[in-house]
Design a protein around this ligand. Sequence first.
Ligand SMILES: [Zn+2]
Length: 243
Amino acid sequence: MNSRSFVFVLLQRVDAAPGGESVFTRPLLDALRDVGELFQKRGMQKYDTVFLAPSLPTDDLRRQKRIDWGRVEQELRKDEWWGGPNRRGFRVNQERLLPKIRTLIGAKADECVVTVSGALITPPIGWSYALWDRVDELNAIVSLGPMNPRYWGLESEDRMSDVRVVKQRARAALSAVVGRQLGLEACSNVRCFLFEPVMDLVQLDRMRELGKEHGLSMPDDAHYESLDSDVSAAPDGDVGEEL
Ligand SMILES: [Zn+2]
């Protein structure tokens, strides 16, 4: 197992409306905290959270480490980041985007940077979508867009229920990415975060634990206690795809 520090970059779309915290923002921060707690006993030295976002309206979020949007907006608007349109918007060209993000946030050479965004990413050939991409061992992106029931036209009447679904999926996806970036082996346990390949949401939704097959200590806490906790505290806001 590797021992690494992580930076989670929460990347909002450049056309996201300023002045409004996304309804997904706080549940996503909760998910990141859960992932941090899970892996801090298993190789993650520490993690920081960085927002690349037009604005953050509330004081407690402002205290989070954040890069000045004005400094990066010009970069983010460059065409070279975008892989072309599909029916639901534009796809990110993650192989170009992630090195740029590394530079913009001033990541250290050995830090693992995991970008989380509502943007769609370029899937492997033959795939209609991808949930994440580990471009190399230091750079990865998790795409929340397809995790949103609204993307599939399946939104529920209770939109907090959709937020809970996105949070749960984000947590599983981040656990999969972080575990693999830490050097844990992929496995064939469909309930485990390290199962591969994950080709669709059906499989992602099965992933609830770090399986005992990895021989890690403390298997009793290698799962998330409550999949739906804390979401009731989420503020009202637009259900955008940005975060
Ligand atoms: Zn496993």
